[in-house]
Ligand binder design. Structure first.
Ligand SMILES: Nc1ncnc2c1ncn2[C@@H]1O[C@H](COP(=O)(O)OP(=O)(O)OP(=O)(O)O)[C@@H](O)[C@H]1O
Ligand SMILES: [Mg+2]
Length: 440
């Protein structure tokens, strides 16, 4: 739906000013002081600044906000994207030694994620960065999650080190609440708190989660959040999935079944969504895992159909130990799991589906049929009539006790185009017949 096509909220709400960057006051102060020294025409003792700390705490955002607020041109390169030092040189070195073209007050050179640099693929990368710092006439800012890699020692020596700490639950909640207000979504405070706690201080992850549950909705309750398998406090679905997919032995994967509140249908959706993330690039592991999961799925369906619940443990074993026993699993890597697409789609269309059901019930009552029949057999005809002749359609729908506008909205009646087409048809129709008559 439109919610998915929307820009990521994490980008949409990236702070525009330094004040809008929440948390880490000392780091912000140190950075601004360092930058001001540059702008005052003094080259600070350390020509570069290295902002380091956990993901999603505002390192990149602070640089963007500062450039925006102080009217500086931002030259940005992702150090790990720029594959070879040649590319880095071409792209950044010139910018670092030239004045600003755009008439801005100055420039900031941002080399993002320097710890992602791969020394094997890109031996000269670090040297190039050191050279950029040495020759630059503009402030150079680097960011990293982990600056303590021995390879980065020379870099650390020429940088002002500025540490960012993990954001607290209150800070994350504040940003989420602000976004809800600007998006016009009524979000229960318990929802924001659960998302914030789950994010472990990663605001980007928190904002992504919020968008997944709230986009296109008018309100979000804790119940909606739980529909996605999100649990405050107790072991969250993220951890359950991690335990299953990264289990070294089958018993470790099965251990999640001892959780009293485990919802195995939910687990199935979550595994289905996340197997490829954890097991790539091994096609064998992905195939094995899906093989076990699909067998569990078939079994569950049969169990339900036959009411053969004594067989449930076998299906659950397939779903956990079976999935975890995939061959050629790649070594453990930390993966940020996603909400199951299916649940997300159901969740974001919940308002519309409820409205449709309400209307179908009213029609069912008026027509003496079941709600299902109303939906499948009556609504499509009403919709057709409505689209072909809006006045008649509206009258008909309202005679069944449903407001015309509500019906049109809920079932996406395409009145506009049809009406225009019909009008064009009548315009063309008579003249066409007239000319035919003339010919005759
Ligand atoms: N301190 C903050 N104040 C306001 N918004 C923030 C803050 N930190 C992160 N965000 C939001 O999260 C998104 C990601 O943040 P940002 O790119 O600054 O993270 P980062 O610290 O650079 O993380 P990484 O180490 O993964 O690059 C931003 O677009 C913004 O919407
Ligand atoms: Mg960043």
């Amino acid at each position: 739906m439109s919610a998915r096509a929307e820009v990521p909220w994490a980008e949409k709400y990236r702070p525009k000013t330094i004040d809008e960057v929440v948390g880490n006051p000392e780091a912000k102060k140190a950075f601004v002081a360092w930058l001001n020294a540059w702008l005052a025409g003094k080259t600070p003792e350390k020509k570069a600044a290295l902002l380091y700390g956990p993901p999603g705490c505002g390192k990149t955002s602070l640089v963007h906000a500062a450039a925006n607020q102080l009217g500086l041109e931002l030259i940005e390169a992702n150090a790990s994207d720029v594959r070879t030092s040649e590319a880095l040189k071409r792209r950044v070195l010139r910018a670092a030694t030239e004045g600003s073209l755009s008439g801005a007050r100055g420039k900031i050179i941002l080399l993002d994620e320097v710890d992602g640099l791969n020394p094997r693929e890109d031996a000269g990368g670090l040297d190039t960065i050191l050279e950029i710092i040495r020759v630059s006439r503009h402030p150079v800012v680097l960011t990293a999650n982990d600056p303590w890699d021995p390879r980065l020692r020379d870099l650390r020596n020429v940088c002002e080190l500025i540490e960012f700490k993990k954001l607290g639950v209150r800070e994350v909640t504040k940003v989420l609440a602000d976004i809800c207000r600007r998006e016009g979504v009524q979000c229960d405070p318990s929802v924001l708190k659960a998302i914030a706690e789950n994010s472990e201080g990663d605001l980007r992850a928190a904002i992504n989660d919020l968008q997944a549950v709230a986009a296109g909705r008018r309100s979000v309750s804790l119940e909606d959040l739980e529909m996605l398998g999100y649990r405050a406090k107790q072991l969250s679905m993220f951890e359950v999935v991690r335990q299953v997919l990264t289990a070294k032995r089958p018993e470790a994967a099965r251990a999640v079944l001892s959780m009293p509140s485990l919802d195995y249908e939910m687990l199935m959706q979550w595994l289905n969504e996340n197997i490829p993330y954890q097991y790539s690039p091994s096609a064998v592991a992905i195939a094995d895992a899906y093989d076990a999961l699909s067998k569990a799925d078939i079994m569950l369906a049969r169990i339900k159909r036959e009411q053969a619940w004594t067989l449930l443990p076998y299906a659950l074993d397939l779903m956990t130990a079976g999935v975890a026993s995939a061959r050629e699993k790649p070594p453990f890597k930390f993966v940020k799991y996603s909400f199951p697409f299916k649940l997300r789609a159901l969740s974001s269309t919940k308002d519309v589906r409820e409205e449709r059901l309400r209307i179908a019930r009213a029609i069912a009552r008026a027509c003496h049929v079941s709600t299902r029949t109303a939906l499948i057999e009556v609504v499509p005809y009403l919709k057709l009539i409505y689209e072909g002749d809006p006045q008649r359609g509206r009258k008909l729908v309202e005679s069944l006790g449903v407001p015309g506008d509500a019906f049109a909205r809920a079932f996406g009646v395409a009145v506009q185009e049809r009406r225009a087409a019909a009008a064009a048809e009548t315009r063309r129709g008579p003249s066409a017949t007239r000319s035919a008559r003339r010919r005759a």
